[in-house]
Unconditional design. Sequence first.
Length: 150
Amino acid sequence: MPDWKEHGIRIVRSGELDTNTPQTPGMTRAAAITHALTGASKLWAGTVKVEPAARTAAHHHGELETVLYIVRGRARFRWGDHLEYVTEAGPGDFIYVPPFVPHQEMNARTDEVVEAVVVRSGQEPIVVNLDIESPDPAMPTLKPDPFHSN
């Protein structure tokens, strides 16, 4: 019989999130559900904050599925081979990013941080940067960091 006390439910308190994760300029990640923190093996969960008017470079997450839940702010997402599709999401909205979809995350507001919960279908930090120019030239594109490197 399993030792459910040691191998049962785990709670990662807000003050225990792991911010020692690769970061992207304008975006702050904090890991909550990882193998190291909870023993999870098939998914990863954490939080992300996107600074006002910030955007990432175009990229995809390989075979991983990603779900975001917007807690605060107004997030804009572009996707497609030329980032030709666009949508926005606000508090309470869920966003699903399928595997291999070229996309870009942006904060649609200039005066408020976007805060979201992120869940991925695996533990690997797969990010493939793409050389796609954003159709939103007014917003500066943030340079990739090691988390968003090829």
